[in-house]
Design a protein around this ligand. Structure first.
Ligand code: ATP
Ligand code: MG
Length: 405
């Protein structure tokens, strides 16, 4: 009993000390495997898709057993079943049992695992993952040991929930910082943009006149075309800047995110398919949003364009997934790609105006900051994450039409 209390205490202490999920998992597994010295422990967490369990830590698993346990389907096998039902499973001997996840059966037998117990990690009614113990001795797990495992899982559940709340707070703070940076840049931009637009119009006008002139030779005409092309590019940048700096909300009416996604794909379909990108759409029920369609369309175009560029320069299968769904009373659209994802060191600067990793001519670094400005103006949120399996996902969340300010 005293040993058990020590374990619980160690885990509780780690939970209180840190918001680092990895550290809590490490401490818990270390403490648990010291129960008798025979145990094998593993911890799985449910992935964002809700359908897969990912191995996040283990003690004493053989390489073969670790490999088959790396990802498990929710609902199948012993661990998968606990992740579905939340109910503890305990067996005196799992070697040779048909209820073990099929691909794992051989490894379990080879490692002579006998006693096995698996409990769910839950918090506030949600199943977040599983905690499993196995042992090679004939001695089955006692009721007390199972209770200990359940208590430890409860502590881990709280730790995970704390870490999630914490990272959400950090994200909210980062959004505030972005918003401040953007409004300062916006003010500057709108002033400068007008000053730049006039000379650009003059340059473009004269370039056209010169190009049309009868005495202009072919070589000179080519140079003039180059000048005009560059001046137009500058004009486009100024235009995005103005749009992003626009102070007043544009015209808003109820619109459907699914329709906007369709329209965006119509515009980009040809280029995407040409570059071998498969397009997947998932339309779930979703409230309408009160928005300026053209602005939202621009946001989606920017995000699809980024996903396209990220995948075009990257090997492996190319899949663009656009998902529309509801979240409470909010409407959500996710743009997910199978590109290289976003390096952690550039994450904090992603939405900064003029931040780009693309060569000149390909990117101006305005797409995301403009999009961010538009979404914020609509009282929504825009954020980026890396997907567990690789690639990036950008999420736009907007208040549903029923929600008034
Ligand atoms: N889907 C993505 N995958 C990986 N990196 C991305 C993705 N989307 C954006 N980024 C990174 O964020 C940077 C900023 O994106 P942003 O759209 O603001 O500018 P840009 O695409 O470089 O230029 P512009 O959009 O003005 O043509 C990109 O240069 C790229 O490094
Ligand atoms: Mg872009």
């Amino acid at each position: 009993v005293e040993a058990h209390l020590r374990i619980l205490h160690a885990v509780a202490e780690a939970v209180g000390r840190t918001l680092d999920v990895e550290e809590v998992i490490r401490t818990a597994l270390e403490a648990l495997t010291r129960v008798t010295g025979h145990e094998i422990a593993s911890l799985h967490l449910v992935g964002p898709d809700g359908a897969t369990l990912h191995l996040r830590g283990d003690r004493g698993l053989s390489p073969a057993l670790r490999e088959v346990n790396r990802t498990l389907p929710v609902g199948e096998g012993l661990i998968g079943r606990v992740a579905r039902t939340g109910r503890t499973l305990s067996f005196p001997n799992v070697s040779g049992s048909r209820r073990v996840f099929r691909p794992a059966q051989a490894a379990v037998r080879r490692d002579r695992i006998r006693g096995f117990v698996c409990v769910a990690i839950q918090c506030r009614g949600r199943i977040l993952g599983t905690l499993s113990l196995g042992r090679r001795t004939r001695r089955p797990f006692t009721e007390r040991e199972v209770t200990l495992l359940e208590a430890t899982a409860g502590q881990i559940g709280i730790a995970l929930d704390n870490a999630r709340l914490y990272s959400e707070t950090v994200r909210a703070q980062q959004q505030l910082v972005h918003a401040e940076k953007l409004s300062a840049v916006g003010e500057l931009a709108s002033g400068v943009a007008h000053e730049i637009n006039n000379p650009l119009t003059t340059i473009l006008g004269h370039a056209h006149l010169l190009a049309e002139h009868a005495e202009t030779t072919k070589r000179v005409r080519e140079r003039i075309a180059m000048m005009a092309e560059e001046a137009s590019r500058a004009a486009r940048i100024v235009q995005s800047l103005l749009l992003f700096a626009r102070r007043h909300p544009a015209e808003r009416r109820p619109c459907s995110l699914a329709d906007l996604v369709q329209r965006t794909l119509e515009l980009k379909d040809y280029q995407l398919v040409r570059d071998g990108i498969r397009i997947v759409t998932e339309f779930e029920p979703c409230p309408l949003v009160q928005a300026d369609e053209n602005q939202l369309q621009q946001v989606l175009l920017n995000l699809v364009q980024n996903a396209h560029q990220a995948m075009a320069g990257h090997g492996g299968p190319r899949v663009l997934t656009l998902r529309v769904r509801r979240s409470g009373t909010n409407a959500v659209v996710e743009i997910a790609d199978t590109g290289p994802g976003i390096a952690p060191e550039i994450m904090p600067r992603l939405f900064d105006p003029f931040f780009t990793t693309k060569p000149p001519g390909e990117g101006s670094g305005l797409g995301l900051s403009v999009s961010y400005g538009i979404v914020t103006e609509h009282r929504g949120k825009l954020w980026a994450e890396n997907r567990p399996g690789g690639g990036a996902v950008f999420t736009v969340e907007l208040p549903g039409e029923g929600e008034r300010a």
